[in-house]
Design a protein around this ligand. Sequence first.
Ligand SMILES: Nc1ncnc2c1ncn2[C@@H]1O[C@H](COP(=O)(O)OP(=O)(O)O)[C@@H](O)[C@H]1O
Ligand SMILES: Cc1ncc(COP(=O)(O)OP(=O)(O)O)c(N)n1
Length: 265
Amino acid sequence: MTKVALTIAGSDSGGGAGIQADLRTFAFHCVHGVSALTCVTAQNTLGVSAVEAISVAMVIKQIEAILQDFEINAVKTGMLLNGTIIEAVAQQLKQRHLSQLVVDPVMVSRTGAKLLNQQAIDSLKQLLIPQALIVTPNRYEAQLLSEMEINTIEDMKQAANKIYHNLRAKVVLVKGGGMSGSLKGVDVWFDGNEYELLRGTIVDTKNTHGTGCTLSAAIAANLALEKDLYSAVQAAKNYVTTALQHSLNLGAGNGPVGHFFPLLS
Ligand SMILES: Nc1ncnc2c1ncn2[C@@H]1O[C@H](COP(=O)(O)OP(=O)(O)O)[C@@H](O)[C@H]1O
Ligand SMILES: Cc1ncc(COP(=O)(O)OP(=O)(O)O)c(N)n1
């Protein structure tokens, strides 16, 4: 039986991140992707130049249309843009008991662009993260959520611990793409008991756009395929490493990670 994953996220006109990356990742895993668009960004490899929200009523209609007709095996959320959209999405997910939920708390891109307005951060913390099976902040998002600076693995562990206890997330994965030196690409998992370090091969490329979206979408795809959470994260990490190894040198800035590797060899 074909599995179905839902992404609730924004559009990246440059095609590297957001809903475009999510749907490509689902397709690679042979999982049918359905989507609820929250916002449209004017964006390329150099950054985001404009953002416009989809109305809350339309976000809800998209989710309702999908849930009326499909059995959803896993969900990921990405860029949600504002507090009103977050509240509506959180309410829909709660009502429908969608528990295979990966929350990528998209707030700040690795280029430093703010992708979520200030008031929305509280709604994300109070309404959405507590529902997540796993939350996957990058270094800067983990700093915001834990209210501490992160420079070392110990800091990553402490931040994961704080996010776990303060925001009641079931599992926290602090991603290390924004760390420097040998810490780049080391992610810290905390499930309330154990810390695990997930180490990928460091890929020396500037073309890293879409890594976070791709990772969370790959976790959701693997959950839809009935992997347990830790195995889903390991498989997703391997997928992102391979996507980085096949990243595309497009545009003048940070090009997108590549999803074309099955066709290459
Ligand atoms: N240069 C790199 N080499 C290897 N892994 C990387 C590299 N950059 C990012 N990653 C991995 O990509 C995933 C996404 O992390 P990150 O880039 O920090 O997220 P975001 O895109 O949300 O900022 C993580 O598993 C991280 O370790
Ligand atoms: C529409 C949209 N959604 C999410 C992001 C962030 O992408 P992500 O893969 O988390 O990180 P960077 O590529 O920005 O490092 C985005 N830019 N646009």
